[in-house]
Ligand binder design. Structure first.
Ligand code: ZN
Length: 279
C-alpha cells in the first residue's frame, strides 16, 4: 500500500492560522519564531492601517491593523493569505462583489508581500457553493472554515478545510497530548490545525497557553513537520499527481517537488521528474 508521508518521512504536521492582521500578531509571531512554528495569517488588504476598538465576545478589544508598509517585514517567513478585501459576509453579497472581495484582496496582498497569495480564510466562517466557485476562479487553492473537526485528518476538500480546534477550546492541551501520543508507525498522516485571532490572547490574558503549546510541540521537531497552511495544501496536491504503473511497482514524480511516500512500511522519496521502482 502506498501512503502519503510528509517531507523527511514525517508522519505528523502542525500548522496555525490567525485572522485579521491585527497588531497582536507581532507577539504571536515572536513566539512562533522562537519555537520554530509555521503558519498562515489571513489579511484584509482593504482594512490595513485601520485603528479600531470593538466589543468582541463581551471584551473591549483593540483590533488595530498593521499598516501596508509593515506587512512584508512582519510576516516574513510565514504565509500571508487572503480573508476578503473588507471582511465582508460573502454569502450575503452579489457574485460579482464576492469575486471583487477575493481577487482584489489577493492582488493587493501579492503586491505587498511580493509573492503568491493562494490561501483564504472565510470571514465569519461563512461560505457556500457560489463562494467556493468564486475562490477557484480567482486562483485560490484552499480555504479555512471555523468549524472545529476535533480530528487530525487531512481535509477531503481543501475548500472546506476545517481546523482541529480553536486555541480557546477547553480541551486544547488534551488534544495536543493525544496528537503526540498517536502511533507513529501505522495509520494515516496526522495534521494538527490550530486557529484563532491573536487579540483573543489579550482578551483572556492567556498568552501562556499558546506558549505552552508551542514549547511542548517544539520538543518534537524531528517528528512533526512545522508548515504553513499553503505548504501542506501544496504538498498533498503534488502527491496526488504521482503516476503509478498498473502493478503499482513504478511510481513517477512528474512534479517540481521532492515527494515522500510510505510503501510496505518503508519510507521512500522521489526527486522531481524521477521514477521509483519498488521491488
Ligand atoms: Zn476575520
Amino acid at each position: 500500500m502506498i501512503q502519503l508521508v510528509f517531507p523527511e518521512g514525517k508522519r505528523k504536521a502542525f500548522t496555525v492560522s490567525y485572522d485579521d492582521g491585527v497588531k497582536q500578531d507581532e507577539r504571536l509571531l515572536r513566539l512562533m519564531n522562537q519555537y520554530k512554528i509555521k503558519g498562515t495569517f489571513n489579511l484584509n488588504a482593504g482594512l490595513l492601517g485601520k485603528k479600531e476598538h470593538a466589543i468582541i465576545d463581551g471584551f473591549d478589544t483593540d483590533v488595530t491593523r498593521f499598516n501596508k508598509e509593515e506587512i512584508a517585514v512582519m510576516y516574513q517567513g510565514q504565509e500571508v493569505a487572503a480573508h476578503a478585501l473588507t471582511h465582508s459576509k460573502l454569502t450575503d453579497i452579489s457574485v460579482q462583489t464576492v469575486t471583487y472581495q477575493i481577487l482584489e484582496d489577493r492582488r493587493s496582498l501579492e503586491e505587498l508581500v511580493n509573492g503568491f497569495v493562494l490561501g483564504f480564510a472565510y470571514p465569519f466562517g461563512l461560505y457556500d457553493d457560489i463562494v467556493i466557485q468564486s475562490l477557484k476562479s480567482c486562483g485560490i487553492e484552499y480555504a479555512r472554515t471555523v468549524d472545529r473537526s476535533g480530528s487530525f485528518q487531512l481535509p477531503d476538500d481543501f475548500y472546506k478545510w476545517h481546523p482541529t480546534c480553536h486555541h480557546n477550546d477547553s480541551d486544547l492541551l488534551q488534544l495536543v497530548e493525544k496528537f503526540i501520543r498517536q502511533d507513529k508507525l501505522f495509520g494515516s498522516p496526522q495534521l494538527f490545525y490550530l486557529w484563532g485571532h491573536s487579540y483573543e490572547f489579550d482578551q483572556r490574558n492567556n498568552w501562556d497557553v499558546i506558549e505552552k503549546v508551542f514549547a511542548f510541540l517544539s520538543q518534537y521537531h524531528d517528528d512533526i513537520w512545522m508548515a504553513t497552511n499553503g505548504e501542506i495544501c501544496n504538498y498533498v496536491n503534488q502527491f496526488k499527481l504521482l503516476k503509478f504503473s498498473t502493478k503499482g511497482d513504478w511510481i513517477l514524480n512528474p512534479t517540481a517537488y521532492k515527494i515522500w511516500l510510505l510503501a510496505d512500511n518503508c519510507v521512500h522519496s522521489i526527486q522531481p521528474g524521477q521514477k521509483l521502482i519498488i521491488n
